[in-house]
Design a protein around this ligand. Structure first.
Ligand code: SF4
Length: 265
């Protein structure tokens, strides 16, 4: 199955702010709670704290909140080698907008080359096992390096995104015992876009093309009106999980790279 072959009966591109920005009645309190949690996270963990960003809209809101609070928390992203050009362009735009470099963590080039030589460019469509192998190689292994030596991370999960995320806590321990903060857990999609509108937050133009959740290009599609917010992720799989393991259990780490700002192969 090729992603380009997927055709959906979705509306034409529309401004995501106009489409979604609808604050909850208690939006102001939600924003204050999110800010308080970010301040608390930084006060408690200092340099051992990182924001893991996909550059999706929730993560852009979190980066904006961190900057507006004056919290010098590094922003780190995974460049899997399979991202949309729009996502890579947003990386450049966001770094300019916030006048701070983001950390970019990449998979092991030799391991990727061997995997592609053996399985091809898009093995994820052939089996769930190959999809998980690709995610392990391109996401989980560099994530483990990103988190190595750090005690806490900030992520953009929201209860509303999926049934699997409905029971999460705003502060929790991950499988490796790190503290994971989810300041936007109780925000609605309308709250997120309301913040974007109020603060002119840069965002991925794919959100204007009905991509509520943006991952790797071969594994993300637009969603139709009324579909689940993560329905466009690994849409050909039917187990309903819609997760790649980033928020389950980071892989074992080989500490061959430190956490300085810049590119991390
Ligand atoms: S989301 Fe798709 S392309 Fe990206 S790492 Fe997972 S299987 Fe590979």
């Amino acid at each position: 199955m090729e992603a380009s072959a997927i055709r959906l009966d979705v509306a034409a591109a529309a401004d995501a702010v106009a489409l979604h920005a609808r604050p909850s009645a208690d939006y102001a309190q939600r924003e204050q709670r999110a800010r308080a949690l970010l301040r608390q996270a930084h006060a408690e963990f200092g340099d051992a704290l990182v924001q893991a960003s996909s550059l999706g809209v929730e993560d852009m809101v979190l980066t904006d909140l961190l900057v507006s609070e004056g919290l010098p928390v590094p922003v780190a992203m995974l460049d899997t080698g399979m991202l949309h050009v729009q996502t890579l362009a947003l990386l450049e735009r966001a770094q300019r907008h916030y006048a701070r470099p983001f950390e970019v963590w990449r998979p092991d080039a030799d391991a990727v080359a061997a995997f592609v030589a053996r399985e091809g460019d898009t093995p994820m469509y052939r089996s769930v096992e190959l999809r998980h192998a690709c995610c392990a190689l391109r996401k989980l292994e560099p994530l483990a390096r990103m988190l190595h030596g750090r005690q806490a991370w900030i992520v953009g999960l929201r209860h509303e995104q999926s049934a699997q995320r409905g029971a999460l806590q705003a502060r929790a321990l991950d499988a490796d015992g790190r503290t994971k903060f989810s300041p936007l857990l109780d925000w609605t999609l309308g709250d997120v876009w309301h913040y974007v509108a109020l603060n002119a937050v840069p965002y991925n133009p794919l959100h204007d093309q009905h991509y509520p959740s943006i991952g790797c290009a071969p594994c993300t599609r637009a969603v139709a009106v009324g579909e689940d917010q993560r329905a466009g992720r690994w849409w050909w799989e039917n187990d309903g999980a819609k997760e790649c393991g980033l928020h389950v259990a980071p892989a074992a780490v080989s500490p061959r790279s430190n956490a300085s700002t810049g590119d991390h192969a």
